[in-house]
Each structure stands twice: as structure tokens, then as C-alpha cells.
Design a protein around this ligand. Structure first.
Ligand code: NI
Length: 450
């Protein structure tokens, strides 16, 4: 990009020990969603020490740091999620979780450490820093409950953020590998509860009762037809019930059965259809069994992560220059979800993945007690973050010229952009249909985050 490009690998090496120590400290002290008080305190302390403007308690336990560079440029945000999961860690290490039943099993400790280190490095270069760097430390990603309150609390204003970037570590990629995927990248998520009501009674005399369990069972079996019969085959969606609660004893019919599940999709139209139809389906099937049922959305929800093409191309360029072309791929879409999508709906940007896979190739799945980060991936993420933050703030013309091409995925329209999957593109406007629009793009093994 320029002969004056700072050498981020040397900077990453200089900060490697501190980055590692920071990540291990957060790992040792994990905090559940909405309870990230210690984590937020440390973030705020470090940002204060680096002389950033700091706002705490943003949308709960969120922290915002603002770094004004001395040179003109754009206002670009970096987002890191900071919460942990309700799991008991299996890893035996001095820095293993010291909090029973709570564990950083998705790498958010690494995201937090990289975000702080990124802020500190850029702050030390304030005199030559173009534009304004905004750092958003977001709580409660694991319940998809942190981005929305931060946005509502004005995290993207004062100063007005123009673009937003961030990374998610993944154990499903080797260290040194980066995945930058334009278009839909992660699925939407909608948690739902189905409550079926009947009348209870003796199990030996079901004709005197209205059995909610039988109704629930038929609702459960039938609802999969919504995916297989009502969603176009080239689209992708998942409808999962992960919990059924009913009854107390084998010979007692309860008066109520409850099922909880999740809907995943990439296309906004598919998402809306499944939500609407599931509600009607549940009610009508229950009626067929003389019961009553209703579906409600009552847990975390967020749209699909959709990376606009220009900003994705920019990150890919940064990662390639920093790590080499062979280190960067598009990767596959994943059915997991992340409320970074809400930030990307507000502003253009890119959410990319950075490998932290084990050297031995052993599976260390996210959201599992055996999750383990290969820490050699930390400086890799830092380097790409540095390159993207630095160059994006400086190269506003680069962004403008790239956007002038017929960009398929533009900012401020995540769900609408995703909805374009379902339209029939003309070859001229759509030279390459995103692979994520079809099931062949799916990987059964990929899952990162919620
Ligand atoms: Ni995650």
C-alpha cells in the first residue's frame, strides 16, 4: 500500500508477552454475560493509561475508548466481545479458569486482549495516526444481548463511527490462517419457546385429558417440514429444538409442555418466513390435538453477519500484505451467530476469522469444556487488526473508489443484503453468486460462537 507502511510484525513481537499475559489473566477470571465487571474495569484502566477518552457502563458493562490521531482521517471502530460461558474448564494450566462453572470457551479473552493491545499500540503512535480510532468492548455476545444496548446507548456516535471491524478467533483454522468472507458469513439467530397447554389427568385415562405431550411431539416432528417444504432448496435454514420440559411422572399427564429452540438462516426473507410460519404451525397442530399452543421469540436474536464487499476486500488486502496471500481465504459460512451483525447493520465493515487451531490438529471446539486456544494466533490477529485500523483510517479514497464498483453487499443493509440471495441476479450485476446462498457452501463442522 505504501513504502511507509509500519512493520506490524515487529510491533506484534514487541507486545507479544504482554498480549499473552493479558489474555491469560482474562482467561483465569472469566465472567458471564452482563457480569463482566472486572474485565470492564481492566479494559477501562488500560485505555485510561494509554490516554484514550473512555466511557464505561455503555449499554451495561460495555466500554468505549476513543483515540484521536493527530492527522486527518476517517473514524473507524474496532469491536471486541468480552464475555465467557457457563462451562467448567477441562484444561489444566496455571491460567485455567479460577471461577467454577465459568470459562472463556470461545476466545473472547483473546478478543479483549487484542483489542486493548491494538488501542495501546495505536495510542503510542498518536502523532502519526490518521483519523480517529474507536474501540468498542462489547459485553454479553454469548446471549446476543450486548450489541443492541451499546448501539442504543450511542456507542457509534460522538464521534460518529464511519466503519467497524473486528475478528473472531477460531480453532477450526490453523494459526496463521485468516478467513475474510464477503457477503453473508454467519447465520441469523432467533431463540423461541413453544408452550403447549392441555388438561392434565391420569395416564391410564387419556380420554379424560388433553395430552400436551402428544401435541408437542407432533409439533416437533412436523415443524421440520417448514424447512424442507417451504424454504427453497438453494437456501439454507436450521430449525432446532434443544429442550423439552413436561411432566413429573410416567403415569401422570401434565397440563403443559414447553419446547425451546432456535432458528438459523442467512436470508432475511427465509428468516421472516420461518418465524411467521412456525407461530401459525404450532397453533394449528395443537388444535388438531385439542390443545392450545403458542410460539414466542424470547431469547437472543440477531440478523446474519453480512460483510459488505468493499470492506471485506480491504481487510483481505491488509491480511494478505501482512501475512502473505496464501494465509488468507474466504472460508465457509457458519450457522453460528454473532451480534456483531447489529453493528454491521448500522455501519459498513468486516468481521473476519483468525486461526487458533491446535498444532497437533486435535479438535478444540468452541463452547466445549475442552476448548483450548493456540495462543500463537494472538499476534496474528493483532497484526491484521493493526493493518486494517491504520490503513482504513488513512485511505478514505481507497474505500470510495472501491465502492464505486457495483458492490453486491453494501453497508447499512445487512438483512436486506442477505435477502438478495433469494433474488435472481443478472450476470452483469452479480458475477459471482455468493456460495453462502446454497447448501453446498455449508460445513457441518464449522461453528464459532453463539
Ligand atoms: Ni464467540
Amino acid at each position: 500500500m505504501s513504502k511507509t507502511r509500519p512493520e506490524w510484525s515487529e510491533e506484534a513481537i514487541r507486545h507479544a508477552d504482554d498480549l499473552l499475559a493479558l489474555r491469560r489473566d482474562f482467561h483465569r477470571h472469566p465472567e458471564l454475560s452482563h457480569q463482566e465487571r472486572r474485565t470492564a474495569e481492566i479494559i477501562a484502566e488500560r485505555l485510561h493509561a494509554a490516554k484514550l477518552e473512555v466511557r464505561t457502563g455503555v449499554g451495561g458493562t460495555g466500554v468505549v475508548g476513543v483515540l484521536h490521531g493527530d492527522r486527518p482521517g476517517r473514524t473507524v471502530a474496532w469491536r471486541a466481545d468480552i464475555d465467557a460461558l457457563p462451562l467448567t474448564e477441562l484444561l489444566e494450566a496455571p491460567f485455567a479458569s479460577g471461577t467454577p462453572g465459568v470459562m472463556h470457551a470461545c476466545g473472547h479473552d483473546g478478543h479483549t486482549a487484542v483489542g486493548i493491545t491494538l488501542a495501546e499500540i495505536l495510542a503510542a503512535r498518536r502523532a502519526e495516526l490518521p483519523g480517529t480510532a474507536v474501540f468498542l468492548f462489547q459485553p454479553a455476545e454469548e446471549v446476543l444481548g450486548g450489541a443492541r444496548p451499546m448501539i442504543e446507548a450511542g456507542a457509534l456516535e460522538n464521534p460518529h463511527v464511519e466503519e467497524i471491524y473486528g475478528l473472531h478467533f477460531t480453532t477450526q483454522q490453523r494459526v496463521g490462517q485468516v478467513q475474510v468472507r464477503p457477503g453473508p458469513s454467519m447465520a441469523s439467530a432467533d431463540a423461541f419457546t413453544v408452550e403447549v397447554r392441555g388438561t392434565g389427568g391420569h395416564g391410564a385415562m387419556p380420554h379424560l385429558s388433553i395430552d400436551p405431550i402428544t401435541a408437542a411431539a407432533n409439533i416437533l416432528l412436523g415443524m421440520q417440514s417448514l424447512v424442507s417444504r417451504e424454504i427453497p432448496a438453494q437456501e439454507t435454514a436450521v430449525l432446532t429444538v434443544g429442550q423439552i420440559v413436561a411432566g413429573t411422572k410416567g403415569n401422570i399427564l401434565p397440563d403443559r409442555a414447553v419446547m425451546r429452540g432456535t432458528i438459523r438462516a442467512f436470508d432475511a426473507g427465509v428468516r421472516d418466513h420461518l418465524i411467521t410460519r412456525l407461530g401459525a404451525f404450532v397453533s394449528h397442530v395443537a388444535q388438531a390435538y385439542r390443545a392450545e399452543a403458542e410460539m414466542r421469540l424470547d431469547g437472543g436474536s440477531c440478523p446474519a453477519v453480512v460483510n459488505p464487499a468493499p470492506e471485506s476486500a480491504f481487510v483481505r488486502e491488509c491480511a494478505s500484505r501482512e501475512l502473505g496471500d496464501e494465509a488468507v481465504t474466504e472460508g465457509r459460512v457458519v450457522m453460528a451467530s454473532d451480534d456483531m451483525s447489529l453493528f454491521l447493520r448500522e455501519r459498513p465493515g468486516c468481521y473476519f476469522r483468525v486461526g487458533i487451531g491446535s498444532a497437533s490438529g486435535a479438535a478444540r471446539p468452541h463452547h466445549a469444556p475442552e476448548f483450548e486456544m493456540n495462543e500463537a494466533g494472538l499476534p496474528v490477529g493483532l497484526r491484521v487488526g493493526l493493518a486494517a485500523s491504520w490503513w482504513k483510517a488513512r485511505r478514505s479514497r481507497w474505500a470510495t473508489s472501491t465502492r464505486s464498483g457495483a458492490a453486491r453487499w453494501r453497508g447499512r443493509s445487512g438483512p436486506r443484503a442477505a435477502a438478495r440471495c433469494s433474488s435472481r441476479p443478472t450476470p452483469a450485476a452479480r458475477p459471482t453468486r455468493p456460495a453462502s446462498c446454497g447448501p453446498r457452501a455449508m460445513s457441518s463442522g464449522d461453528s464459532t460462537c453463539w
